[in-house]
Design a protein around this ligand. Structure first.
Ligand SMILES: [Zn+2]
Length: 311
């Protein structure tokens, strides 16, 4: 290629990069969030999800609940973590038992976090990675303030950084009815749920982009919360298209966290598991545009309640 042409294409490429906002994909509840207690289903879900992520060159961080290992076949569950690392993905700690600090108290919660890294930390080290991310279950970060501060201090002194959430699509609400449809071999219902999920995702992502602009007056790098679920494994191609359509370029969590927005102090110490745009809106005393927040379809909510009650 001629030198001037190469220079021109570099300029074009960097303009394109600037025009895109960034998003880090995070998948919680590893090995999986599923209604179905089947190792082969969980393994298949992870293999398909990782294949899709790699196919589209998407990086991701998976947040592990080690307490789930013994719910199914422990060695195979641990093998799934290995597959994430082999695929070049990062892993984080999501606590051992997925309990809230509101239930466990500060000391109990800290023990649960420490217990949650026993396998993941040495495994990550085998792949040259240091376990550094922690995602709070239910996004509940400790209340009152002294509890939150105690947890934060422990996390900081053990080399952890809290993984915030600034974008999500209620995937868990769709994921369980979808598992149920798959288990019943009801393709028509599975396809309906998929279509509703993707339509909802396409509506809710721009809401977060708009909310961030209203709140902070600029583009930010988002951290998107998803779950390791069969629904996401089956929809990864379409999710990738939605992100591209919304001009969101997928980056690692570390890269997204370089956005100075994440240096803001999170001084929310209430009991609710709220997302970070809402935390910032409370400290800035500025409202988010809740009146335009897209609600998930009522038929999906009732389907979720029904399958969840069936347990
Ligand atoms: Zn979770």
């Amino acid at each position: 290629m001629r030198r001037w042409l190469m220079a021109l294409s570099l300029v074009v490429a960097s303009r394109a990069a600037v025009a895109h906002e960034m998003v880090a994909l995070t998948f919680d509840d590893l090995p999986a969030l599923t209604l179905l207690k089947s190792q082969s289903y969980v393994t298949y879900t992870n293999e398909k999800l990782l294949r899709g992520l790699k196919h589209h060159h998407l990086s991701a961080t998976g947040f592990v609940n080690e307490g789930k290992f013994d719910e199914l076949d422990r060695p195979k569950q641990i093998m799934i973590l290995r597959k994430w690392l082999e695929a070049g993905m990062d892993l984080g700690n999501h606590s051992f038992s997925h309990e809230s600090p509101n239930k466990l108290s500060a000391d109990g919660y800290i023990l649960d976090i420490a217990k949650g890294e026993q396998v993941t930390r040495p495994l990550a080290a085998e792949y040259g990675r240091t376990l550094q991310w922690f995602r709070h279950p239910y996004l509940e970060t400790g209340t009152p303030l002294e509890v939150k501060q105690k947890i934060d201090a422990w996390l900081g002194s053990h080399g952890y950084r809290i993984a915030p959430v600034t974008m999500e699509n209620s995937d868990w609400l769709f994921a369980e009815p979808y598992d149920d449809a798959i288990a019943r071999h009801d393709d028509a219902r599975a396809n309906r749920i998929k279509a509703a999920y993707l339509a909802y995702t396409a509506k809710v992502i721009p809401w977060y982009q708009n909310a961030a602009h209203l709140l902070l007056g600029r583009d930010i790098s988002y951290v998107m919360l998803l779950h390791v679920a069969r629904l996401n494994a089956d929809c990864i191609d379409q999710l990738n298209l939605i992100l591209s359509h919304d001009k969101l370029h997928v980056v690692t969590l570390g890269k997204a966290m370089q956005d100075p927005a994440y240096q803001r102090v999170d001084d929310y110490a209430g009991p609710d598991g709220i997302e970070w745009l809402e935390r910032w809106s409370l400290s800035l005393h500025k409202d988010l545009p809740w009146s335009s927040f897209p609600e998930p379809p009522p038929e999906i909510e009732s389907d979720y309640r029904r399958v969840d009650n069936d347990l």
